[in-house]
Ligand binder design. Structure first.
Ligand code: UDP
Length: 333
């Protein structure tokens, strides 16, 4: 079962979420709106969807506590965000699936660098804190397994994943250098594969792809031989971890995800079970630079984040996500 979310409001008078129309951004907004906090969301809908904003507007208290701005966070913030409240800013705006960040390669590099600087500028101006959504992709195709935060990665600067991986890595350097040179206390979390309701049904990531294929009674597309591994975290677990990190004064990177590792074939089998075990599997070419193995070392997260640990098993999370997908069938983006 999902861990009970904390209900205590945070010490921050204002929560700002960039990428509020996206998957993780919308869940972060929901987490804080359900605690009765004032939340400002921003998105330019390059990969997020207005449906997620409509959903947030329907939550209890959202009429007074939630504001949304359709804007590009790489543009100066002064034009749209006018507040002197001390903000906790989650910089989560970015394409995140390989097909989308490859399509929006320049935008991906900009939002994780220029956009991040704008977010930190705003936080500094009003005595706030910024938390950057970094990624397991900072480890690239890892040669150390599982991946601890001390591992420096095996990343290609010139390949189809570079626009995302290197932008996130440079984003981490921007956070580190600002804290070092200016005495600020911004932070970052390294997010591993996450799934759950409100993922974009056409974003191309493996869990949503398989569920959409299953619902359409289509074969599950396994890239390569399916022996590559990932570790899948249900979104409620991830959001609880992010909130705990953000509300601490940590500035060092912390891995967040689930440390139960599956091959892609094992994931396909879990999905087949949901659909009565008779879906065929077809193999497609393995994309270039697709990491062979990925599993977070969560020792640091468990030690530093007040006993946080992922709790939702894959079978349960997939069932919850399928329920959501069925309820939105026909209205998906
Ligand atoms: N994958 C797959 N079938 C799909 C989509 C993805 O087999 O329909 C594989 C992909 O090659 C990768 C893994 O699933 O090995 C996870 O891919 P995803 O795009 O979800 O995220 P990544 O972890 O690669 O960024």
């Amino acid at each position: 079962m999902a861990a009970k979310p904390e209900t205590k409001p945070s010490q921050w008078p204002l929560i700002v979420v960039t990428g509020a129309g996206g998957f993780l951004g919308s869940h972060l907004c929901e987490h804080y709106l359900r605690r009765g906090q004032k939340v400002v969301g921003v998105d330019n809908f390059s990969t997020g969807t207005p449906k997620n904003i409509e959903y947030l507007r329907g939550l209890p208290g959202a009429t007074t506590n939630f504001s949304f701005f359709e804007a590009d966070v790489c543009a100066p913030w002064i034009q749209w965000l006018q507040s002197s409240d001390r903000p906790l800013i989650f910089h989560f705006a970015s394409p995140a699936s390989p097909p989308l960040y490859q399509k929006l390669a320049f935008e991906t590099m900009a939002v994780n660098t220029t956009g991040l600087e704008r977010a930190m500028d705003w936080a500094d101006r009003f005595g706030g804190r910024c938390v950057f959504a970094s990624t397991s992709e900072t480890y690239g195709d890892p040669l150390v397994h599982p991946q601890p935060e001390s591992y420096r990665g095996n990343v290609n600067t010139m390949g189809p994943r570079s626009c995302y991986d290197e932008a996130k890595r440079f984003g981490e350097t921007l956070v580190y250098t600002r804290n070092w040179k200016r005495g600020t206390a911004h932070g970052l979390v390294r997010i591993f594969n996450t799934y759950g309701p409100r993922m974009n049904p056409s974003d191309g990531r493996v869990v949503i792809n398989f569920l959409v294929q299953g619902l359409g009674r289509e074969p599950l597309t396994v890239y390569g031989d399916g022996t590559q591994t990932r570790s899948f975290c249900f979104v409620s677990d991830l959001v609880n971890g992010i909130a705990r990190y953000a509300e601490s004064d940590l500035t060092e990177p912390v891995n967040l995800g689930n440390d139960r590792e599956f091959t892609i074939l094992e994931l396909a089998q879990e999905v087949r079970i949901l659909f009565g075990n008779d879906l065929p599997i077809v193999h497609r070419a393995l994309p270039a630079d697709d990491p062979v193995k990925r599993r977070p070392d969560l020792k640091k997260a468990r030690e530093l984040l007040a006993g946080w640990s992922p709790t939702v098993p894959l079978s349960e999370g997939l069932r919850l996500m399928l329920e959501w997908l069925k309820s939105t069938e026909g209205s998906a983006k």
